[in-house]
Every structure is written in C-alpha cells, then in structure tokens.
Design a protein. Structure first.
Length: 168
C-alpha cells in the first residue's frame, strides 16, 4: 500500500483566492445584522421577564414577554394598558394602568373607585387589601397596580417613567 502526501501546496491553495474577500463580507454582514438586532431590541421591542406574582392571573411568574417601546410615541397610555415602568431605584415593573391624569382615585372596601364610580375589574381575582384615601392625579400622573391586588405594589407614576406597553 502506497502512502500519498495529502498536503495541499501553497500555490494550489491560492489559485482561486476569494476567501479573504468572502470572509470580510460575511464579517461585515454579521456585524450589520448584530447592530440592527441590538437597536431593535433596545429601542423597539424590549424583552422582559415577569418576576413575582403581582400580575397573576394575566401573566405568570417566570414568563417572558416583549415591551413595545414605540407604543406611546404617537398616542398616550390608556386605562387597562399593561405597561413597563422604571422605578426611582431603576427596577423595571410591569403593572396595569387603572387611573388616568386628572382623575380622582380611591379604594373602599377592596373596590377601586375612579371619580366616584366603582371600576369594573374583570381581570382581577383579588381586591385591594386596604383602603386608599381619595387622591387627585396630576396632569402627567397615572395610577398603576398589578392584577393580583393582594400582593402587588401600587402607586402613582409620572408619564416619563412609563417605558412602553406589553405587546405579547
């Protein structure tokens, strides 16, 4: 049995040398794609993970969703929207808007009352654990709370803290 040298000579390798140009095109294409994906997920659809039980039964602990950061570029948030908001300490919270700017919010006997009318809350399975004294919201303030009222943090947030709307 005869052994052959399988090494390719340098001259034979260079004959159709388009490899460096091809590598450069692939590298530039990959970097361009990475830049587009980064911008898209940073400024358009931001991935978020639900941590905790404050949004149950609508969103379960550990599930992943997308925050549409462009949702409020052309319109203002609406009652019932599930939003992502940045707290004062920098944490991201997912909550539902229940009261709009200029409205008066209060809680009596576990019921949410907006401008003297009890809010119909079909999405919740629990009620507020304590009463909230009447409070009138400012021109750029929203009252937000999670769907699981017994364990949720709630309060008034300003419009500039709202990052976007949960898309899916």
């Amino acid at each position: 049995m005869e052994m052959r040298d399988v090494n390719v000579g340098a001259d034979e390798f260079r004959k159709g040398r388009t490899y460096p140009l091809l590598r450069k095109k692939v590298l530039l294409g990959a970097l361009g794609t990475a830049a587009v994906v980064f911008v898209f997920f940073k400024f358009c659809l931001m991935p978020v993970q639900i941590l905790g039980e404050s949004m149950q039964p609508t969103y379960r602990n550990g599930t992943r969703h997308f925050l549409n950061r462009m949702a409020y570029w052309s319109k203002e948030p609406q009652r019932g929207d599930v939003i992502g908001l940045r707290s004062v300490d920098g944490d991201l919270y997912v909550k539902r808007i229940v009261a709009m700017p200029g409205e008066t919010i209060e809680a009596k006997g576990g019921k949410t009352v907006i401008n003297g009318t009890v809010l119909n809350e079909a999405r919740t399975e629990s009620s507020l654990p304590s009463d909230i004294h009447p409070s009138r919201l400012g021109e750029d303030e929203y009252f937000v709370i999670g769907d699981n009222r017994t364990v949720s943090v709630f309060g008034i947030v300003t419009r500039n803290r709202i990052l976007g709307k949960i898309a899916f």
